[in-house]
Write a protein that binds this ligand. Structure first.
Ligand code: 5GP
Ligand code: MG
Length: 184
């Protein structure tokens, strides 16, 4: 394993497995929208890698915009206060919006974002997450398009971070809760 990986981790999905899944999701999204134009709203920073790959697997007309949401602070792997920063120029009214996030955990983030977007009069709002942790759900929300379901585990890689690190791993790996990385 390359040195950029945390010392104690298990590979859940390799870059190749992720690529296959993302390509399938692209087909599913194309079929759903059937040639209609979609406005993809990427939830930064976690969805950055995923959305870059997913949008190139969507053979259909689309716009890309982004919002910034952060719910994890410091070294914690438990959610803190949720902040959502919306681009003022978001052109949502009358558009088919697809919110793309890395992971659906408690669901608070995507629930909140869906509410904020719904107030801007879109033609429709759908939610897409690469990973789903259904056992952790608190808010009333499900992904319309979802890649992988996992148990209650903290994962990093492919855009997902631990304290700002490991977003550049090509694979998705689970951290050992008893041996969390010590970062400087
Ligand atoms: P939720 O609001 O659904 O609880 O949390 C969603 C956000 O928390 C995700 O967009 C992601 O940024 C972060 N998050 C939730 N679970 C994990 C995880 O296992 N690993 C990482 N790195 N971030 C997570
Ligand atoms: Mg996120």
């Amino acid at each position: 394993m390359k040195t950029i990986y945390p010392e104690h981790c298990d590979t859940l999905f390799t870059g190749q497995q992720i690529a296959t899944k993302v390509s399938e999701m692209g087909r599913e999204i194309e079929a759903h929208y059937a040639g209609r134009e979609v406005t993809v709203v990427a939830v930064l920073h976690g969805a950055l890698v995923f959305v870059a790959d997913l949008m190139r697997q969507m053979d259909m007309p689309m716009h890309l915009t982004a919002i910034v949401a952060s719910s994890y602070h410091g070294a914690a792997t438990t959610p803190g206060q949720l902040n959502v920063r919306l681009d003022n120029k978001l052109d949502i009214a009358g558009r088919h919006v697809l919110v793309v996030d890395d992971i659906l955990d408690t669901g608070r983030t995507l629930h909140r974002i869906r509410d904020v977007i719904s107030e801007l009069d879109p033609a429709s709002v759908k939610v897409c997450a690469l990973v789903d942790k259904p056992s952790r759900r608190v808010a009333d929300i499900e992904a319309d398009f979802c890649g992988f379901e996992i148990p209650d585990l903290f994962i990093v890689g492919y855009g997902l971070d631990y304290n700002g690190r490991f977003r550049n791993l090509p694979d998705i790996v689970g951290l050992d809760p008893d041996n969390l990385p010590v970062l400087d």
